[in-house]
Design a protein around this ligand. Structure first.
Ligand SMILES: [Zn+2]
Length: 98
């Protein structure tokens, strides 16, 4: 058994590519995940940066989804930063309009 493997190994150097490519695929997935996570981090930082610099000069009412439900909020039209909940009066007015 051992001898057979050994003789195979010495004769199939070109077959190293087969096992090599499997390793490279796994590695590529890991690298893709790493890249996506780092892109995600960069994107989140960029959004934070934009929202931090934004003057939030124009508010709009939008439906914002959070973990438990979605509700109407005041958000900045420019950067999407949530600026506050609607008062009951505002909610009524908004729902009447739409
Ligand atoms: Zn803004």
């Amino acid at each position: 058994m051992k001898n057979a493997k050994r003789s195979k190994n010495s004769s199939i150097n070109s077959n190293l590519n087969v096992s090599g490519s499997i390793f490279i695929d796994m590695d590529a997935n890991r690298r893709r995940v790493d890249k996506l996570l780092s892109d995600k981090w960069k994107i989140e930082r960029e959004l934070e940066q934009i929202q931090a610099e934004c003057k939030h000069s124009k508010q709009v009412i939008k439906q914002v989804a959070d973990t438990t439900s979605s509700s109407f909020r005041h958000v900045c039209e420019s950067c999407g930063h949530p600026l506050g909940y609607l008062s009951p009066e505002e909610a009524v007015t908004f729902l009447k309009k739409s």
